[in-house]
Design a protein around this ligand. Structure first.
Ligand SMILES: *Cc1c(COP(=O)(O)O)cnc(C)c1O
Length: 394
């Protein structure tokens, strides 16, 4: 008999009932160190007092009004995002994949309004993840996500990750935009080199097409800059942000330049819940903390230490791990053993990690994780790897 919850997830047999900073408490009382952060969502850990206060203050004042009216919390958060990014304007959603929907609509409308309605194609990269909506799965294109869900939204193609010649060759007169994650998350923590990201921007400029960056996972301080593309010194035309921006409350945002957004006039897009007072109150509190240069400096300092310790861990478990990947606190361990065996051994050591493609486990701690908790994570990963190595021999 089908369970009352539609069985689309493979869930671990864990039920968390409370969170405190970088720790989650299981129903049976065990304390797990959280290097998953709800897949890069809880950027300030669990139950951060500023976020709890922002949410409860707003909950006591007003929950929902609709975008028929002005929402001051939404305007304040949009101002903060505009001040701290390339963008001139922001549309709020409730999730990452809704950002993909708008990004696709926005770039197509842009060309339509320019009198080039045939420019509708969007080129992405293999291994990408843009969410599970019809546009999201069509943009990523992998059989794993699209099989059985045809007919797919037309106008998408993919080229191999990092293959800029293939990208160049894929661009035609009907190309509207390129979409990519500066650091692929689900695809296995695969950063694009700064030089390649610059080259993609250059290719788009020369071809006169738009660049959409999907920073749903790598944005909001995760890489040690507020947005990952800042490392390469480039700017996109459109950017998708979600996950971390709400610190655990559902919130997404599409950021755009005035030019890229020029087709999106009143009545062309909307959302009942997008940018509601609760979500934007929390998002504002997240931005107040994460956008501070001193906070990002600390992310970079901790990331350097963590990466160094992980290199040591890989060196002492050569049968289990192959390499450390990623940037900032968006890290991955490419495994030699099965990543699912490592994940399970980590659960047994009361440590949360997240699997990804390419036999990787992801390490995405809260950005405010303490130095002690990073050391504890290394101790627990070491214990987990020791068990996996013993099982490989036995
Ligand atoms: C998680 C993710 C999405 C989808 O976000 P949802 O909130 O699950 O819809 C899109 N793009 C990237 C890069 C993601 O990591």
């Amino acid at each position: 008999m089908i369970p009352s919850v539609l069985p689309t997830y493979n869930r671990a047999p864990l039920t968390f009932v409370k969170g405190e900073g970088s720790w989650m408490i299981e129903a049976d009382g065990r304390r797990f160190l959280d290097l998953g952060a709800g897949i890069a969502v809880n950027v300030l850990g669990h139950a951060h007092p500023s976020l709890v206060n922002a949410l409860t203050d707003q909950a006591n004042a007003l929950w929902h009004v609709s975008n028929l009216y002005h929402i001051p919390q939404q305007e304040a958060l949009a101002d903060k995002l505009v001040e701290n990014s390339f963008a001139d304007t922001v549309f709020f959603t409730n999730s990452g994949t809704e950002c993909c929907e708008l990004a696709v609509k926005m770039v197509r409308k842009y060309w339509f309004e320019k009198g080039q309605a045939d420019k509708t194609d969007i080129i992405g990269f293999e291994g990408a993840f843009h969410g599970r909506s019809s546009a999201g799965i069509a943009a990523a294109g992998s059989e794993k996500m699209t099989k059985g869900f045809g007919p797919l939204l037309p106008g998408f193609k993919q080229v191999p990750w990092g293959d800029l010649d293939a990208l160049q060759n894929a661009i035609t007169d009907t190309t509207a935009a390129v979409i990519l994650e500066p650091v692929q998350g689900e695809g296995g923590i695969r950063p694009m080199d700064d030089a390649d990201l610059k080259a993609v921007r250059e290719i788009c400029d020369v071809a006169g097409i738009l660049l959409i960056l999907d920073e749903v996972q790598c944005g909001v301080g995760r890489t040690g800059k507020l947005f990952a593309h800042e490392w390469a010194g480039i700017t996109p035309d459109v950017m998708m942000v979600a996950k971390g921006i709400g610190g655990g409350f559902p919130l997404g945002a599409v950021l755009a330049s005035e030019e890229a957004a020029s087709g999106m006039t009143a009545g062309t897009h909307g959302s009942t819940y997008g940018g509601n007072p609760l979500a934007c109150a929390v998002g504002g509190a997240v931005m107040d903390i994460v956008a501070e240069p001193a906070f990002l400096d600390d992310v970079n300092r901790k990331a350097g230490q963590f990466q160094q310790s992980l290199e040591g861990l890989v060196a002492s478990h050569p049968d289990v791990f192959e390499s450390v990947r990623g940037t900032g606190l968006m890290l991955g361990l490419k495994c030699k053993a099965s990543n699912m065996d490592v994940l399970q051994a980590a659960y047994d050591a009361e440590l949360i990690t997240v699997p990804a493609a390419d036999n990787v486990i992801r390490l995405l701690p809260p950005l405010n994780i303490s130095d002690d908790d990073i050391n504890e994570a290394i101790t627990r990963l070491d214990a987990a790897a020791t068990v996996v190595a013993q099982n490989l021999q036995g």
